[in-house]
Write a protein that binds this ligand. Structure first.
Ligand SMILES: [Ca+2]
Ligand SMILES: [Ca+2]
Length: 155
């Protein structure tokens, strides 16, 4: 018996990739915090000086943190903050890339105290994924007496 060998010609179907021309910027997958501007903050600790020893104002720096982790602590403080020093900006050299967009972060303001543990002043909180569509260059957050503008770099 002879086997008949049939050759088949397969037509190559070009898959059209259905690429949509989308003008909208895609959702961001990462965000880097580049600076924090303190616009307002409580200048006293419920009426008392932040530094009771010399009656001076707070020596302010910020942390990026949540309830369990300090992700970043700014290495410099602005000394003896009074209303005349507001607003001030603290810039993060090379920025700090957040580990995830899908968890909340606090920007905590602290009063550096050389002889005791630093005083917590106040904080604002945000969830980066809320802004991944809009990719704002900066966003102002308010919590009571505290108003902070956070600058972002999205990618
Ligand atoms: Ca203090
Ligand atoms: Ca002080």
């Amino acid at each position: 018996m002879k086997k008949l060998i049939y050759s088949f010609l397969f037509a190559v179907v070009l898959m059209s990739s259905c690429q949509k021309k989308d003008d909208a910027t895609p959702d961001a997958t990462n965000v880097t915090i580049t600076s924090v501007k303190v616009i307002t903050m409580p200048l006293t600790d419920n009426g008392s000086a932040w530094d009771a020893t010399d009656g001076s104002g707070a020596d302010v720096y910020f942390k990026i943190e949540n309830a369990s982790t300090v992700f970043y602590s700014h290495p410099q403080y602005v000394q003896n903050v009074t209303s005349a020093l507001l607003p001030f900006i603290q810039t993060i050299t090379n920025g700090y890339k957040l580990p995830s967009l899908n968890q909340s972060y606090n920007i905590g303001l602290y009063d550096y105290d050389s002889l005791s543990s630093d005083d917590f002043i106040s904080s604002i909180s945000f969830l980066p994924s809320d802004y991944k569509k809009d990719r704002p260059a900066s966003k102002t957050f308010t919590n009571g007496l505290v108003q902070v503008e956070v600058s972002f770099s999205w990618e």
